[in-house]
Every structure is written in structure tokens, then in C-alpha cells.
Design a protein around this ligand. Sequence first.
Ligand code: BGC
Length: 753
Amino acid sequence: MKNYIKYDPWKIIEEDFHPKYNKISESIFSLGNGKFGQRGNFEEGYSGQTLKGNYVSGVYYPDKTRVGWWKNGYPEYFAKMLNAPDWLSFELLIGDNAEKLDLSKCKVENFSRVLDLKRGVLERSFTAETQSGRQLEIHATRFLSIHRDEIAALKYTIKPLNFTSSALIISGVDADIKNEDSNYDEKFWTEISKAADKDIYVIAETKKTKFRVCSAVKHSLLFLAEEKVLKEKFAAKKYSIELTEGKVFTFIKYAAVTSTMYYNEDEILNKTLEVLNSAAQSGFELLLKEQENAWDEKWKESDIVIEGDIAAQQGIRFNIFQLNQTYTGKDERLNIGPKGFTGEKYGGTTYWDTEAYCLPFYLSTADKKVAHSLLVYRWKHLKKAIENAEKLGFTNGAALYPMVTANGEECHNEWEITFEEIHRNAAIANAIRIYIDYTGEKEYLSQYGLEVLIGISRFWAQRVNFSEEKQKYVMLGVTGPNEYENNVNNNWYTSFSAVQNLKYTIEAIDYVKKNSPNDYERIKKECNFDEKETEKWQQIIQNMYLGYDEKRKVFIQNDGFMDKELIPVSKLDAKVRPINQHWSWDRILRSCYIKQADVLQGIYFFENQFDTETIKRNFEFYEQFTVHESSLSSCIHNIIAAKVGLYDKAYQFYLNASRLDLDDYNNDTCDGCHITSMGGTWMTIVQGFGGMRVKDSMLSFNATLPQKWQSYSFKIRHKDNVLKITVNKSGTKIERLSGNPTKVLVDDVIRDI
Ligand code: BGC
């Protein structure tokens, strides 16, 4: 755990320069606007430890799969989030010896890097002394506009403290970029065109997928002479400038980043230059004002205020900020990658994380179109999910959604996950239920949902087999959310969820049949669906094998779990944690240690099917063996702990979740922030401490106040209402900020709001 980020309710602050944490800081100080994003790289370049990272939504590259032993069924490629052309970086070369400003070669003082969450602005300032003794004071302000989501702007001021000299600024666009995780050390971009005349731009194209990205920049500065610099995949201007001791020199860079996701090849350049010129004409200050106003609007809907605990306050706002800058729901082709715009690790853009951990945040804090877009994304991928299942031998429209994808095709390639971690299907089906329960929009079923549910139910019906031995349906060879055990039989979470999916699909069929008969006939035809299929589904529902330990009165995570040496995590030597960095995989697989919520994930999803005693027993049994080595673990544990009254534990899980990246708990924030688990962090406050549930389409709150906090409040959009929930020592207060009179359950009593 690191502890170098200063506490502040609205800002993320790094004071003093920490070169050895620079890659962590670059992740934390990332910016995005839903369309494109970038890591918190230094504008003037840096030769120390850095991962230069720019990312454009929806733009990916199918990197050829690289595995030791090829297994039939593996995808041919892995869709990587592409590190994209860099519009930001420039070089400052001072004096006759062209001394480059590079913090890794300077003495740095008064360094501070501040991400202002309220305004969506990143600022950095420092004084640097170069190797030849030149002292400069620098201040940089930049943002990626969420108001004009193709625009970014940077203001960079240079004040020479002890010299007057000529200097050069070389600034433009660099498309000669490589992914750190490229499988064959290959570059994925080719150049289409470039210029550094009146307009400075590079249009680059991805190999194979043929996405084009146009990055254009415009500068505002006082210069003596200018020259163009054109190299392969690089276009810039070299400006000769004069730096005068004690005087501030200001350099402004505007950028427009667009792609063929939104424009045709023949119009992309003109459109890009149009938005760029209009931004430059508006000027930096106006763009900044727009940015502040746009973020103000976002915070009005999604802020959570915690009084009495600044670390907790900063943590939750950082998470909300990242979620809002990663996904805006404007485009149904986009999704939320585990690292968002903050790094490359993991690849692909969509995991089960979206449905299981992110959906509730967008559902409750944004227009319902946003959550709707997330659901429709999967509907659009249904055909590919059916093809994916066919590749593995399934038939008749059975759908297996990919473990990792960018365009609907599977791109993950570890057999024990790709073929076996099939519980992802359950989260996708369950998301439809969550959406409908929350919005009351049952017509979603006839428009989109039912087809997805039928595909998934068909998959479950083929994935189980009837065991003569047990006289039950069993599900063999699976991996549950706990990836620390693979190829297990009868993973309780997967089997239980499959049963819930089958039940819900049957209910959905009945509903659509009754309420939208025409749609029902259309769907039947399109899916080639025969109602007789549900007979087998009913048999599975009645007869699924779900392991139960009579002695301990808990569900059995999977066959064989109770045979393990059951030694609680508390008895493990701290030196071997995290176990995935200290133990062999073989040892981990045979151990009882659980990576993330597994049985408890099922209890969380289908909570209303269990009494509190059952929930508590299972929590106490499984939590003691859980090492939480996935960022997705703490939030589920927080919510269940709060539900069963284990408040101290709930608070600890909250802190782990919300400060995971700020404090680098898992030692891996250098690769990028854990964006999808941030949705889980939001859930810890709203569903964990706030105890929010939907009961018969009514919101219900059973809140608790962590001891350290004086109060907390959050806002919820539900149907046409915006509600503000405040929890303090005297109880739970609910105000209706807009909408119509409604009823809400508070501590199980109906209140008119
Ligand atoms: C977790 C998965 C998750 C993935 C991406 C893994 O470490 O075990 O559940 O989908 O990370 O966040």
C-alpha cells in the first residue's frame, strides 16, 4: 500500500515528485470524456518510467493470439484496446545546446500534480533546474472536454527564473505508437496522411480493422519563426521562441481527436479541422468554463457526500469521476473496459464486470438511456454469441457471450476461462432483470431482452447433463468467479444462477406472449423457438444439483471444496500475500483460498431468496478463506457484511474498494486503474451502507451509518424522480428533488415522498 496521495475532498493531489511511482500516478491522473482518453503523462515528455497512453473509444486491433498449446475453440486473435496517436506531447529545447526539458534529468522542486474532480481539470506545476543550471517554473493545465467530446486543450506556461534564451518548441501529433502488450512486438498503426502547414494533423489507420483516427492540433503562442517537421507517422511544427528571465511564456495547444467510428473516410479530415478550429476560436478560457459547467451537471446527479471522513470522501469521488469520464452511454457500440482510458492491461473492452458491477451506477445516476445502451450492446452481439457457442459445439441458437470482447467475438484464450468461466452469461441475463425491476420498463423484454434470455437459457440447457448417479442435473468443468480453482464441477454460483436465468426466461416468455403477442410471434420466428424447449428448462429448474453442506449449513462452492485444508486467511503469513505473487499456480489451485466473491456473488445477486441467517452463515464461512485478490471482491463483501450487521467489516471493505487505486492496495495501479470495480464502490455506499434495494418496483432503504462518519448523502434517479438520501445519526431522510410524489420504503415502513 502506498500513501503519497494527499487527502482532499475534491482533489487528487501528488506533492513532491515521486519518480518511482510515476506509472501509478499516470494511471490515477488519467483523463477521459467517453470518446477518448489518456494517461496522466507529462506534456514535455519524460525519459524516466512512463507508459505513454492515449486511447480512442471503440478503436481496437485484433492481435494474433499467442499461446503455448493451442486448443481447438481458441479465438484467432485478442482485440486490444489500442494505444493511439499522441496529440499531447511536445519537446521544449532551450538555448544553443538545445537542452531538453526532461524531469528525469532535472532537479525538481515545488512539484504538484492536481486532478480537480469537480472541474475535470488536471494541473501540474514545478520548478526545474536543468543539468546546465537553467531554472524554470512551469504550470500546465489540461482537460478533455466532456462538452465537446472530440476536443482537448492544454495551457502550458514557462517562466525562466535565471536566464534569457532562445528556445524551440516542437509540437504536433505522433502516431508512431506501440502497445506495451503487443503480442509480436508489432506496431498497429499505418499512416494515411499528414500535414504540418496551416493545419497540423496525422490520419492513422489500424492494420486489419482499418479504423482511422484523425488527430489534429492547433497552437497559440508567440514565436519568431516556424518550420514544419514531418517524419514517418509524425507531423509537427518547430517554433523558435524567446524566453525572457522572469517573464511568463504561454503556449496553448488545442486538439481534436476523431475516428471513423463517427465519420466517413472522405469527410473525417474536414470534420476534424472544423471542430478544432471552432474550439480554438472559442479559446481556452471558454472551453474551460464549458468543462466546469458540464462536470457541475454530472456531479449534480452523481455526487456522494461523506461528512467526517476525508479519505472516504476522496475515494468515492475519485471512483465516480472515473466512471463518468469513461462511459457516457451516448453510443451503444461502446462499453466499459476494466482499465477504461487508464492503461492497456486486460485488453478487450467488455467483461462481465459491466453487467455485474457497473450497471447499477449508471442506472441510478444517469438518464435511463445510458443503462439501456449497455444492455442493447449485448443484444447487438447476440448473433456473435450464438456463433461463439457453435464454435464450441452448441446448437439451436444457444448463446455463450464472450469472456472478453470488443466487437462481440471472444478474444480470451485460456481454456479454463474462455470455455469454462461461463457464469458471465448469467450476469448478462440477470442485468435484464435488474434493469426491468428498476425502471419498470417491461417492454424491454419484447424489444430486445427476450431474445437474449432465450439464447442464454438454451445454452444452460445444453451445458448441463443429467447425472444417473445423482439423479440431478449437474454442470461439469466450469470455473466460477473464483478463478483460483478451475475446471470444477457444480460451482454453486454458476448452477444457481443458471436456474434463476431459466426461471426468469420462462416468466419473460409468458409476459411477452400475453402483452405483446405480435412481438412474441416475431421473436419465435426469429429465434426459431419452440415452447416445448421450456419443458426441459422446467426439469432443470426442479432438479439442478446445488451442493449443500448439512453440517455447516452452507452452500458448497463446488464439488470437493470441503475436502480442502480449510485454514483461514488470517493464519497465512503476511509475507505470502498476495498469494498470486508468491505461490505456484498449482498450490493456489489446490488451496482453499478464494480470489473474489463466488457463493457470495450469487447470494448478492439473488438476495431476496435467502433469509438473513443463511446469508450470514455463508458470509462467515466463505469470507474467512477469501483473499480479495480481484478488485471486484470488496464491494460484494461490503454489501453483504452491511446487510448482516457486520458493520466494521463493511467499513473496511469500503475503504479497500474506494481507495484501491489511490493507495495502490494491489500493487498494480501502474498498469491502469480498476475502472469496472469503481461501479462496485458506488454500490458499497448505496446498496451497502444505504441498504438500497428495489422491492416490488419501490425503492427501499435500510441504512446504516459507519461509526467514523457524521453523515452521508447520495442522489438516486428512479423512474421520473430524483431523490436525495441523507443518512445521519438521527436516521434516514429522503427528499424528492424533482419528479412526482412517490412512495419509498424506509426501514420497512412506507413513506410518502
Ligand atoms: C477477475 C474477473 C474480471 C477481470 C477483469 C479478473 O481478475 O477475476 O472476474 O472479469 O479481472 O476485471
